[in-house]
Design a protein around this ligand. Structure first.
Ligand SMILES: C[S@@+](CC[C@H](N)C(=O)[O-])C[C@H]1O[C@@H](n2cnc3c(N)ncnc32)[C@H](O)[C@@H]1O
Ligand SMILES: Nc1nc2[nH]cc(C(=O)O)c2c(=O)[nH]1
Ligand code: SF4
Ligand SMILES: [Mg+2]
Length: 213
């Protein structure tokens, strides 16, 4: 199967458990909860997305004919041969495209594999780190994994509704908003929730604070 990739970049994981860790980001095109077009945002299931995932025209993006071709492309972004390469599969919704052929090929090339997913699709076996970020009014199919990262607040999805799922870590990530007043209020609300409910940890989007990808 071929893979449509919006962009590939090397940066620090900005969010959640692996925050601060160097990673190759592989951003898959397309999502099942929004077309990605601004004109459709108000009617989308997921309306707060901070990402452009349309097409294959981003930095180092493209269409890759098979898993081996995508692996060869990704490998170029790891800076040394002495550490295991770490790749974060994201999007868009990566599980619309990620299959066992890609997971097996990445492991063949010694990658440690993390994924950022909205949880509406099952994942192929073998992904090393599953971060699931549930969305209000979307089904949760992938209900087990390593970290659950809830963007907060979402009016129709309270932390209590997902706190008993089988994840090792629970994060609240303040919803990023163009309006600084709303942004600050979201950070404050997330902070207060974490103080009241110690099961939940705060995840700040540190790459945005640093001004990096
Ligand atoms: C762009 S999504 C791509 C992966 C997948 N579609 C998902 O939603 O998990 C990557 C991460 O960014 C989070 N995110 C998207 N928009 C955000 C926003 N406005 N504020 C905070 N986090 C956001 C998502 O919830 C997810 O954890
Ligand atoms: N630095 C950095 N960390 C990230 N963690 C998850 C991201 C994503 O868009 O999935 C992301 C991203 O876009 N940049
Ligand atoms: S599910 Fe993820 S990629 Fe899709 S619109 Fe929402 S945040 Fe963006
Ligand atoms: Mg992002």
């Amino acid at each position: 199967m071929s893979y449509s990739i919006k962009e590939v970049f090397y940066s620090l994981q900005g969010e959640g458990f692996h925050s601060g860790r160097a990673a190759i980001f592989c951003r898959f095109s397309k999502c099942n909860l929004w077309t990605g077009r601004e004109a459709d945002r108000a009617n989308a299931v997921c309306q707060f997305c901070d990402t452009d995932f349309i097409g294959t025209d981003g930095q180092n993006g493209g269409k890759f004919a098979n898993a081996e071709a995508l692996c060869q492309h990704l490998m170029k972004f790891w800076p040394d041969n002495n550490t295991q390469p770490f790749v974060v599969l994201t999007g868009g919704e990566p599980l619309l495209q990620v299959d066992s052929a890609l997971i097996d090929r990445l492991h063949h090339h010694n990658f440690e594999i993390a994924i950022e997913t909205n949880g509406t699709k099952n994942a192929p076996k073998g992904i090393d780190w599953v971060c699931m970020s549930p969305k209000a009014n979307a089904p949760i199919i992938l209900d087990k994994g390593n970290e659950l990262k809830l963007v907060y607040p979402q009016a129709q999805l309270m932390p209590e509704q997902v706190a008993d799922l089988e994840f090792d870590f629970f994060y609240l990530q303040p919803m990023d908003d163009a309006d600084p007043k709303i942004q600050q209020a979201n950070v404050k609300a997330a902070l207060e929730y974490c103080l009241k409910h110690p099961k939940w940890q705060l995840s700040l989007q540190t790459h945005k604070l640093l001004g990096i990808d």
